[in-house]
Design a protein around this ligand. Sequence first.
Ligand code: GLP
Length: 259
Amino acid sequence: MAEVVIVGDSGAAGTLVAEAIVSLIEERPDAVLGLATGSTPLPVYEALAARSQGLDLSRVRGFALDEYVGLPAGHPESYRSVITREVVEPLGLVPERIQVPNGAAETIQHAGADYEAAIQAAGGVDLQILGIGTDGHIGFNEPGSSFASLTRVKTLTEQTRRDNARFFDSIDDVPMHCITQGLGTILRARHLVLLAFGAGKAAAIAAALEGPLSANLPGSAVQLHPRATVVLDEAAASELQHADYYRYAYANKPAWQGI
Ligand code: GLP
């Protein structure tokens, strides 16, 4: 079972997760971070940027979870652009050390295998940040994704395209396809940190953490991981059956354990 930590708000979640990342980087200056896009991880990146003075980030490496297929290079909503704008620049990471799956049409046939090889060559991901979609997807692994899946091209659901239309002029501009780390890829990371905020995520979180393991709910894959931490605000935790137990367990956890 994942460790569930319920905090007051997304700012507190950002601080908590940023502290865990700082400890990791202090211990391993060339740590490999798994970077998620979307609005959920932003408080983590902001807290990390605020905390980064005196921290050497020059050797940190990173792999993004996913990318749209077919957006023109440099499109502001490509995840390459988003990761550059929201993570690489504010944190002063070395751009060459941060990889994003290649969604260019010309190389798409081997882009998945190339990405898997790059992650393996880096020694794997130390800490993978994750958000969750309202339909329970993680990365862009839509319902039906195999728990053994590796980086590959997927077709986005209408729901995800609707959810992400806010970043584009209209839903018609949201690409139909994406390339995403698979659930199997994500499960290889040494530590998973899944974040969710707001009532809109409550049902997906309850199903992912307390429902049956099912490819129908890709987020339930976190139940298979030996070290998964789930950080929620009260609203995202509001449908959890065992919320009181999670609070009790966390309140009584020895401080030295961190998350
Ligand atoms: C996108 C991303 C996911 C993200 C999800 C939720 O589909 N591919 O990685 O977790 O949206 O986004 P948000 O955090 O903005 O709710």
